[in-house]
Design a protein around this ligand. Structure first.
Ligand code: SF4
Length: 374
């Protein structure tokens, strides 16, 4: 089981880091968790250009000159949780809608026609309405049309993830939102998501089931971003050690305007986000780093080639919103509103190749037994 150090222990790891530690962290071949702490510390701020250069060098070595492109398909905005930062929060009076299997397939096929070969199926957490059975039936309809199907829905058991994997879903994203237990309790007012530890153990259950890829992340703006970065690094390291066959990604969503008008508890600037991404890239050269359309186009374009390996594009956060632009009930307001072609053009202009699929399900072999045999 992944055991998170206390906030006090995390703080002392970062507070003790000096500029000499940062210089050392930039030189070492295999950065330790204390090297990550140095790269996240205030002492690293003056090293930001050097961190960007090192991060870009590692990203090019491990991922070449490609950026993976994906888009979400929102299946439902029903949710049984009250998370005060989210438009789908059960307390918000928004128009609620859950797509039928036909509607969901139509939404996915709109993205298919736009050239996407990788879709992320997203929903609020309402396990009775959006059941495993619904996802299995949808996956069976979509799996031959897309190279990769990912989900970002309610946390599940290992067995349920195994069922979805067999149906054609190959990756799971589940964000802790914040690794700070006290902040977590303050922003998750009711619903099953109040259980911090169950959520913390979810990435391991997804990996255990045989999923090819697992995504973790924090919602920036709820707690100290330096500590969130350290906790992400610790979680990544633990997952790598225990599930060596599972690909790992990290997302860094910042809070966006949404129903409920929640304001970030702590500020996280673009400079802070850059430092966080560079630090994690240097710490874990193989991790996929996701930069979504929550961020503005100017910032996203500026980060091409420096650390991120995956961009969403042309996203809509309203269930059914691709086919029915008049629908309301979004999760949050998008920052980068450009269409897929414009995003791909911006990537090409930086000398990178936008790739609209990330993996071919036909080559899927990873399984629970193989992972355990490591
Ligand atoms: S963050 Fe997720 S669980 Fe919380 S209200 Fe939004 S959709 Fe529901």
């Amino acid at each position: 089981m992944f055991v998170l150090p206390t906030i006090k222990e995390q703080k002392s790891m970062i507070a003790g880091r000096s500029v000499n530690n940062v210089g050392q962290a930039l030189k070492t071949e295999h950065p330790s968790i204390l090297d990550l702490a140095a790269l996240l510390s205030p002492a690293a701020e003056e090293y930001l250009p050097a961190m960007a250069a090192r991060s870009a060098e590692i990203t090019a070595q491990r991922f070449g000159r490609t950026i993976q492109i994906y888009a979400p398909v929102y299946l439902s905005n029903l949710c049984s949780n009250n998370c005060i930062y989210c438009g789908f929060s059960s307390d918000n009076k928004i128009e609620r809608h859950m797509l039928s299997l036909d509607e969901a397939e139509q939404e996915a096929m709109i993205l298919h026609k736009r050239g996407f070969n990788h879709v992320l199926l997203v929903s609020g957490e309402a396990s009775k309405a959006l059941s495993v059975d619904y996802l299995v039936r949808l996956a069976k309809r979509l799996k031959d049309k897309f190279a990769a199907l990912s989900i970002e829905v309610q946390p599940m058991s290992t067995e349920d993830y195994g069922t979805l994997f067999k149906a054609g879903i190959t990756s799971v994203a589940v964000y802790q939102e914040t690794y700070d237990r006290r902040a977590y309790k303050d922003v998750h007012l009711s619903g099953p998501k109040r259980d911090f530890d169950y959520r913390l153990e979810t990435p391991a259950r997804a990996a255990e089931s045989g999923m090819r890829e697992v995504g973790i992340g924090t919602l920036l703006g709820l707690a100290d971003w330096r500590l969130e970065g350290l906790a992400l690094g610790l979680h990544l390291k633990w997952l790598r050690k225990n599930f060596w066959r599972t690909g790992l990604t990290v997302s860094f969503p910042r809070i966006r305007p949404a129903a409920g008008d929640f304001q970030p508890i702590v500020g996280v600037s673009e400079k802070d986000l850059s430092q966080l991404m560079f630090a994690l890239r240097i710490f874990d050269p193989d991790v996929g780093l996701v930069l979504s359309t929550r961020e503005e186009s100017r910032f996203r374009d500026g980060m091409i080639g420096l650390a991120p390996t995956r961009y969403s594009a042309g996203s809509c956060t309203v269930p059914g919103g691709y086919g029915n632009p008049s629908y309301s009930g979004e999760q949050f307001a998008i920052g980068d509103q450009r269409g897929i072609d414009e995003v791909c053009q911006a990537i090409r202009e930086k000398g990178f190749d936008p790739v609209r699929k990330d993996w071919d399900a036909a080559f899927q072999q990873t399984g629970k037994k193989e992972q355990k045999a490591a």
